[in-house]
Design a protein around this ligand. Structure first.
Ligand SMILES: O=C(O)CCC(=O)C(=O)O
Length: 196
């Protein structure tokens, strides 16, 4: 096989495995256990079913977030810990955020399927920063029509999806039959109320 058989894939993401120290990540994991998690219902293909993970949302007042035309998330006010983390991520990336959506994966059977985060409320070409805490899970990203690249999202890591990525790429956290304990994921997002 020659070096030229596989084209190099340049992904519109950056991954920082040790964005937080172990101590900072442990503290934030504990804080996440106290957040207001909800079992939301999603409507797909004419059926209503539970979302396969728990969700929460915190952010600026009025920054409601509707996804898949069926799940409406209404932000609670920022906790001090989440606001500090938002500011830390903004200082590191230069991107500004108005909401954070949390995902709680209780076991390997909790997941999020292939999707892009292209909801109009985030405006044109949003940057999304995704912080992981707890069990390591596989995150896959692929160009639409392309092959997936895997990242193993570690405790305290940050994955940044840069502007444009939601138009060209899909991502997912697939189910796994391996025994994995709880994982929290916090996705910091902009909110423009639909203005581009
Ligand atoms: O849990 C993750 O790492 C990804 C979450 C995600 O894809 C999303 O919230 O849109």
């Amino acid at each position: 096989m020659s070096l030229f058989d596989e084209p190099t894939t340049v992904l519109p993401v950056s991954y920082y495995p040790e964005f937080l120290s172990k101590e900072e990540a442990d503290k934030l994991y504990q804080h996440c256990q106290e957040l207001q998690w909800k079992q939301n219902q999603i409507r797909m293909l004419g059926k209503t079913m539970p979302v396969p993970r728990l969700e929460c949302i915190y952010g600026d007042e009025g920054c409601d977030y509707l996804y898949s035309k069926s799940v409406l998330l209404k932000p609670l006010p920022w906790t001090q810990e989440l606001a500090l983390l938002r500011d830390l991520i903004t200082a590191a990336t230069g991107y500004k955020f108005r909401i954070v959506i949390g995902n709680q994966y209780r076991s390997g059977q909790d997941s999020i399927g292939w999707h892009s985060d292209n909801e109009p409320s985030m405006g044109f070409n949003p940057a999304i920063a995704s912080l992981s805490l707890g069990s390591c899970r596989k995150f896959q990203i692929k160009a639409i029509g392309g092959r997936p690249t895997d990242f193993w999202l570690e405790h305290g890591s940050l994955l940044v999806m840069h502007p444009g990525s939601q138009s060209t790429h899909l991502h997912q956290v697939p189910k796994t039959n391996k025994v994995v304990s709880s994982r929290f994921n916090l996705t910091f997002r902009p909110h423009t109320g639909g203005q581009r």
